[in-house]
Ligand binder design. Structure first.
Ligand SMILES: NC(=O)C1=CN([C@@H]2O[C@H](COP(=O)(O)OP(=O)(O)OC[C@H]3O[C@@H](n4cnc5c(N)ncnc54)[C@H](O)[C@@H]3O)[C@@H](O)[C@H]2O)C=CC1
Ligand SMILES: N[C@@H](CC=O)C(=O)O
Ligand code: NA
Length: 437
């Protein structure tokens, strides 16, 4: 049988990782795919740059359009990132009848609805396992292996760079900036690392997870998004005393009013599996009504792990090239005409435990006032910690973890505390994870 010809867009961290993997495991990969797979052409920005992979046998140029229109190419792998040029190129590849593999969550989260419709129309597949949690086969697990379940919630650490930074700050005493620089050097970070530290990359991934879990359109712009930049090391310490780790989580959950989709720093019980996921590792919990909780753990970033998913998608693509398009696994798990809009709830309706840190003048009655404000909103207390601040001698710091409560009610409490004459400026608020392993 004729080999399958692949055209590559971008030969950076993941592109080189994919070429290396195809080279190293080529024989075994061909035995699995049923055909030999060869990368015949690649478009790069700078052809003179030294690559992290062998390039013999690959025609290297700078014209991406020439790759996506090349009649000799069967599958296009898009690894340039971003959602402008990548969008035009992926749509052009589809229009030219090519199957596409991409690791680009930014592209899928923002334009996936349109891309998948075009792919279905053209009878080609667009695969994107590497786009969510790098090397962890979470798309396949949710789209195929859990297909019998009503999925109730998904919660996970889905940005390797952010988790790496938090781990380095806690265990290596590294500064935020130094840890981010290391993540960039190691190839985990996005081209624009603000995507990692501001939670945007995690929100891209959560949009994909939510669509696949609940049969809704990709809804990136409706996701509540907070990053890790404002996490203060004192809160890391206080939360540890209270029995929690701070993790940056993406959470998608079906509630009574619709679907909750949120990305933010979260207090996770130290005993929970997710609390103990370190470095660039990712872990995702999926709760299905039949299967119960399941956990998927592994490397969420880096050349090898991401290439593992890219090449697995490529093998799948080769296997299904001869199958009738109607019989293929749907892009977003649900048949295209079964995807329904559901309301995505606003932050006032999030229901979870809350952590807040407030600094107050150390006077009699202050604590009673704070606990009364919580009681007035029917919010129970899980734990309280009081500490002296390092400098202001007449002040006290109060840290409270509440029981599950509607966020709108908690906000009323915080507004009330802010209005008290003895409350200092700047209340820190984080949410507490509600799931159990
Ligand atoms: N690095 C990682 O751990 C992971 C990356 N991804 C995704 O994989 C994709 C690629 O990421 P990396 O390989 O890390 O990025 P990278 O920056 O190392 O590589 C991208 C390459 O594409 C080239 N490029 C950009 N625009 C181009 C154009 N118009 N024509 C030709 N070449 C162009 C760049 O020069 C660069 O060499 C991104 O979408 C990223 O979000 C996904 C999962 C993990
Ligand atoms: N920058 C991303 C790469 C993988 O998706 C991350 O750090 O998780
Ligand atoms: Na994945």
């Amino acid at each position: 049988m004729q080999p399958v010809n692949v055209g590559l867009l971008g030969l950076g961290t993941v592109g080189a990782g994919a070429v290396n993997l195809l080279e190293r495991n080529g024989v075994e990969i061909a035995r699995r795919a049923g055909r030999e797979i060869r990368v015949v052409r690649a478009a790069v920005r700078n052809p003179d740059k030294t690559r992290e992979c062998a390039t013999s046998g690959i025609e290297i140029g700078t014209d991406c359009n020439a790759v996506v229109t090349d009649p000799n190419i069967d599958v296009v792998i898009e690894l340039i990132g971003g959602d402008t040029q990548a969008y035009d190129l992926v749509m052009a590849a589809i229009a030219n009848g090519k199957h596409v593999v991409t690791a680009n969550k930014h592209l899928i989260a923002l334009h996936g609805n349109e891309i998948f419709a075009a792919a279905d129309e053209a009878g080609v597949v667009v695969s994107f396992e590497a786009a969510v949690a790098g090397g962890i086969p979470i798309i396949k697990a949710m789209r195929e292996s859990l297909a019998a379940n009503h999925i109730e919630w998904v919660a996970g650490i889905i940005n390797g760079t952010g988790n790496f930074i938090l781990s380095q700050m806690i265990f290596e005493d590294q500064s935020f900036e130094d840890a981010l620089a290391d993540a960039q050097r190691l190839g985990f970070a996005e081209a624009d690392p603000t995507f990692d530290v501001e939670g945007i990359d995690a929100a891209h991934k959560l949009a994909i997870i939510g669509a696949i879990a609940f049969g809704i359109p990709l809804s990136f712009d409706k996701i509540f998004t907070q990053g890790i930049r404002d996490i203060d090391s004192v809160d890391i310490e206080y939360c540890a005393e209270l029995g929690y780790r701070i993790k940056h989580l993406g959470i998608a959950r079906r509630g009574d009013n619709g679907v909750e989709m949120r990305v933010h720093p979260t207090l996770v019980s130290q005993k929970a599996l997710l609390a103990n996921v370190e470095g660039e590792k990712n872990a995702i919990m999926v709760y299905g009504d039949a299967v119960g909780p399941t956990v998927y753990y592994g490397a969420g970033a880096g050349a090898g792990p991401t290439a593992s998913s890219v090449v697995a998608d490529l093998i799948d693509t080769v296997r299904i090239m001869s199958i009738d398009p109607k019989g293929r696994v749907p892009h977003l798990a649900f048949q295209p005409d079964e995807i329904t809009d559901e309301p995505i709830v606003g932050s006032d309706d999030f229901v979870c435990g809350h952590y807040f840190r407030v600094q107050v003048a150390d006077q009699i009655g202050v604590m009673a006032e704070i606990t009364r404000a919580l009681a007035d909103q029917q919010i129970g207390i899980e734990a309280i910690l009081q500490k002296d601040p390092p400098t202001e001698e007449d002040d006290a710091r109060v840290m409270i973890v509440t029981k599950a409560a509607r966020e709108g009610q908690l906000m009323k409490v915080l507004d009330h505390i802010r209005s008290l004459p003895y409350a200092r400026e700047g209340i820190v608020h984080m949410r507490v994870a509600q799931f159990e392993d």
